[in-house]
Design a protein around this ligand. Structure first.
Ligand SMILES: N[C@@H](CCC(=O)N[C@@H](CS)C(=O)NCC(=O)O)C(=O)O
Length: 203
C-alpha cells in the first residue's frame, strides 16, 4: 500500500490530492507542526533524514520532493492521465511548470515568510522580495488568462504542483491581486478529489 507522510498545513496536501485524483488506495501518516516553532516533529526524520513533508513510500522505496513524487505517481499509475504524452507539443511546458513551482515560484514566498520574522532588520530586503513576488505571481496569473488549467485543457500534475502557490498568493496578496490565480485556486478546491483529500488529511 502507498504510504504518504503528511504534515498538517503543508505542501504535502498536493500528494494526497494527486492520489485521490488517481483513485489509488493509500495510507496517510500525519505529523503535527510544533505550535511554537511551526516546524515538523523530529519523528518525521525516521522516514527520511531531512524531516520534511511530503514523503512517499511505495514498493519498498522512499521518495521526497513533491514534484518528483507527482512525476513518479503519474508514470507508475497514471496510464496517461494528468500529463501530456511525452511526444506531445505540450509536454515540455508540463515539465517546465512541474519544476518551476518549487524551483522558482516558492522562493520569494518563503523569503517573505522568513524575512518577515526579522522585523525591522529585514526591511532592506522587502522591496526585492515584493518585486519578485509580483514578477512570479504576475507571470503565473497572465499564463492563466482565458484558460482553466496551466497545460492543455484539463488538470495535470503541473496544476497540482502550482496549486499551493496559487493558494498562498490569495493569502499573501489578497483575492483581488491575481484574479486568475485566485479563480484557479477556487477551481481546484471545488474538485471532489481535492475535497476528499482535505477531508482525509486535513485542510
Ligand atoms: N520542495 C519540497 C519542500 C518540502 C518542505 O520544506 N516541506 C515543509 C512543509 S510545506 C516542511 O516539511 N517543513 C517542516 C520543517 O521544515 O520542519 C517539496 O515540495 O516537497
Amino acid at each position: 500500500m502507498i504510504e504518504v507522510h503528511h504534515l498538517n498545513a503543508s505542501r504535502s496536501r498536493r500528494i494526497t490530492w494527486m492520489l485521490e485524483e488517481l483513485g489509488l488506495p493509500y495510507d496517510v501518516v500525519t505529523y503535527q507542526r510544533d505550535p511554537v516553532t511551526n516546524l515538523a516533529p523530529p519523528s518525521l526524520k525516521a522516514i527520511h533524514p531531512l524531516g520534511k513533508a511530503p514523503v512517499l513510500r511505495d514498493r519498498g522505496k522512499v521518495f521526497i520532493e513533491s514534484g518528483a513524487i507527482i512525476d513518479y505517481l503519474l508514470r507508475q499509475y497514471g496510464a496517461g492521465r494528468f500529463m501530456p504524452a511525452p511526444d506531445a507539443v505540450e509536454y515540455d511546458r508540463y515539465v517546465e511548470l512541474l519544476h518551476y513551482a518549487e524551483g522558482s515560484a516558492m522562493l520569494p514566498l518563503l523569503l517573505k515568510l522568513y524575512v518577515g520574522r526579522l522585523g525591522e532588520a529585514g526591511a532592506p530586503l522587502h522591496p526585492r522580495i515584493e518585486g519578485e513576488i509580483q514578477n512570479h505571481l504576475g507571470w503565473l496569473d497572465s499564463e492563466l488568462a482565458g484558460r482553466d488549467y496551466f497545460v492543455g485543457s484539463g488538470l495535470t500534475g503541473a496544476d497540482v504542483q502550482l496549486s499551493f502557490v496559487a493558494q498562498i498568493a490569495a493569502r499573501f496578496a489578497g483575492r483581488e491581486a491575481f484574479p486568475n490565480l485566485t479563480a484557479f485556486a477556487d477551481r481546484i478546491e471545488a474538485r471532489p478529489a481535492y475535497q476528499r483529500a482535505m477531508a482525509r488529511s486535513g485542510a
